[in-house]
Design a protein around this ligand. Structure first.
Ligand SMILES: [Zn+2]
Length: 198
C-alpha cells in the first residue's frame, strides 16, 4: 500500500473526531491494523474523545495517549506493522510531528490526522498548517454557528478571558461564524474602552 496523509480540520464542535473515528472504522472493516494516538498532559485535562469514540469498534486497534504530546514517541510506541496511524488533537503535538508524518508516509502508512486549524486568536494552531501542506487530502469540517444558528462556524471562540493559547475544556468555547465573531469582538472591545475611559 502506498503511503498517504489525510488531514481533517476545523473549529471545535465541527465533528473532526467523529470523522476520524468513521475512517478508523472503515479501516478496521477492511482488516487493516490501526494505531491511534492522542496527547496527554500532566498539567491539564486531556481530551479522551477519540478513545471514547472508538471504544465500541472491533478489529486490530490500539489507542495510546502520548505523554506531553511528544511526537517522536509515536515512532517508539507504534506497531511497526500498523497499516494506519491516526493522530487526534494534532495541534497539541510537538512540531516534530511533521517529520514523523513524512517518515510514516514513506514507510507506506496511511496517516489520518485530526486537529484544530486555528487557535482562538485566528492563528494557525501548532503544526497544523505544515501538516495541511504535506497532506494528500485536506478535509475541512464546520460546526453551525451557535449565535446565528445558520452560517458555518470558522473559529472556536473563547468564552473566558484567559490569554494563554491553550485553555482546555469544551465548556470554555463556542463555535462562531465570521459575522457573529466580528460582532461579539466589537462589543467586547467597546466594553473594554468604556471601562478604560470611565
Ligand atoms: Zn453566526
Amino acid at each position: 500500500m502506498a503511503g498517504n496523509i489525510k488531514v481533517i480540520t476545523g473549529e471545535m464542535f465541527s465533528g473532526k473526531s467523529k470523522e476520524l473515528s468513521r475512517l478508523i472504522e472503515r479501516a478496521l472493516i477492511a482488516d487493516l491494523t490501526v494505531d491511534v494516538f492522542y496527547p496527554v498532559f500532566s498539567s491539564r485535562e486531556s481530551s479522551r474523545d477519540i478513545e471514547n469514540r472508538v471504544a465500541e469498534l472491533t478489529g486490530q486497534l490500539v489507542v495510546m495517549g502520548v505523554t506531553e504530546g511528544r511526537a517522536n514517541d509515536i515512532v517508539q510506541l507504534m506497531n511497526p506493522s500498523a497499516d494506519v496511524v491516526a493522530v487526534d488533537e494534532a495541534q497539541f503535538f510537538t512540531e516534530d510531528l511533521v517529520e514523523v508524518v513524512k517518515v510514516l508516509r514513506h514507510q507506506g502508512k496511511r496517516v489520518l490526522i485530526a486537529g484544530l486549524d486555528l487557535d482562538y486568536q485566528e492563528q494557525p494552531f501548532g503544526c497544523m498548517g505544515s501538516l495541511m501542506c504535506l497532506a494528500d487530502e485536506v478535509m475541512k469540517v464546520h460546526a453551525v454557528c451557535t449565535s446565528c444558528k445558520k452560517s458555518d462556524a470558522f473559529i472556536s471562540h473563547r468564552l473566558t478571558n484567559e490569554a494563554d493559547q491553550v485553555v482546555v475544556g469544551e465548556r470554555n468555547y463556542t463555535a462562531l461564524c465570521v459575522e457573529c465573531y466580528d460582532r461579539i469582538m466589537r462589543i467586547k472591545r467597546e466594553r473594554t474602552t468604556d471601562y478604560q475611559t470611565a
